[in-house]
Write a protein that binds this ligand. Sequence first.
Ligand code: SF4
Ligand code: SF4
Length: 288
Amino acid sequence: MTSSFKSIEENLKAEAGKLLESGRVEIVLAYGRGYDENHPMPFVAKHPSDVANMVFNEYCIHNLARYLVRYPRGTKIAVAVKAADCRAVIQLIQEEKIKRDDVVFLGIPVYGMKNPKTGEIIDSKTTCGMYNPVLYDVLLGEEVHGQKIVSPYDVLADYEAMDKEARWAFWKKEFDRCIRCYACRKACPMCYCDPCFIDQSKPRWGDKSPQSHGNLMYHLTRFHHLAGRCIDCGECSRACPVDIPLYLFHKKVAKECEEMFGQAAGMSIDDKPALVNFRVDDSDKILE
Ligand code: SF4
Ligand code: SF4
């Protein structure tokens, strides 16, 4: 079973048109045509007539929260969000990168999204496995119910069965394949530092060339920066041209954070980011 993509597309066009016409928002972040149907692209509508170019289908996988921080603070923006994307917007609000009042959540409840590279249905293996946005102002379809609910952490079973040496060998081998294209960083809604630490020359944090030690520095620092912030959209893994399973590391860190701090990233605008918040009952496990 899959969602009714056509009806979501029609609702998206209608709601986006209304928001632009009324002046409630200045832009709408959604999806537009790519070079074929399997490759739709992020799309920005600025005028009501632009909505005719919007599309929504099972390949609209990009997390559009990625683009919110590109606009000056205070810009009124409506953004089309699937479940994980919605959590990214909430996380950006928690981090005070954007204000709740400046964003209209166009929520997309959806099941059956597909990876354009493989044609496989995207499930909890690479994502948070949720179908309905946790927050929305307008819902563009019927909520999804009755689908199998699987823990997003189940996929970690084989990885967690490895001892420390095996995990080290696993990641060393994977990171040695990295060509440092930075597509993972580009796709990630939570990677908004400008400049990124790895692009700095004073101080120079790590080697920019795709070699073992520099790759390790880039990835371990990025994983650390995303601790308690990654909302498990899986876009970094899908963007990677050499298919490094980045989701395994992000999920492992997310699982540990959830166990230690009792909250998952981007689930409520009332939460504070786990690693910048201090509560006397916080676990000390992070210090081990
Ligand atoms: S690290 Fe990957 S899975 Fe996590 S928010 Fe960024 S793109 Fe999504
Ligand atoms: S997308 Fe893949 S190859 Fe490119 S920098 Fe990230 S991990 Fe390396």
